[in-house]
Design a protein around this ligand. Sequence first.
Ligand code: ZN
Length: 137
Amino acid sequence: MACVHKSFVVQTNAHNEVIDITPTVEDLLATSGVKQGQCTVYTPHATAAITINENADPNIGVDLIAALKKCVVEHDNWLHDRIDNNAAAHIKAAIIGPSVTIPINKGKLTLGTWQNLFLCEFDGPRQRRQVLVSILS
Ligand code: ZN
C-alpha cells in the first residue's frame, strides 16, 4: 500500500459559501498516476467542511447554506459565541463533516454523474482554506 499526500489552498469570498473543488482534486489525482485506490479529501479546519453533492445546479449549494442557516441559527445564545462569536460555523462544520473518501477506478474518481466535491465555508471570507488530498493505492 502506498499513499500520496497533496494539498491546495482555496480563498473563500463569503461568510457562508459552497465552492466546487472537483477539478483541482481531479488534477492532483491525474498527476499522482494512481489508477486503483481511494482518495480522501479533507479540510483541517473547525469552521469549514467537505461534502459531495449535485454539480449541475449551483442553487443546491445556496439551498444547503439556507437549510443549515435554518437549522443552526446564528448567535442563538451559543456558549462558544462568548469566546469568538462563531459557534454556528463550528456546528455547521460538524454536521457536514471534514472529509469524504471516494473510490478511484482506472485513474478517475468514481463520482456519479450528478456528484461533485465541494468545500463548504461557514466562517468566511478567508484567505487560506487548506484542502488535503490523500491518495491511497
Ligand atoms: Zn470558534
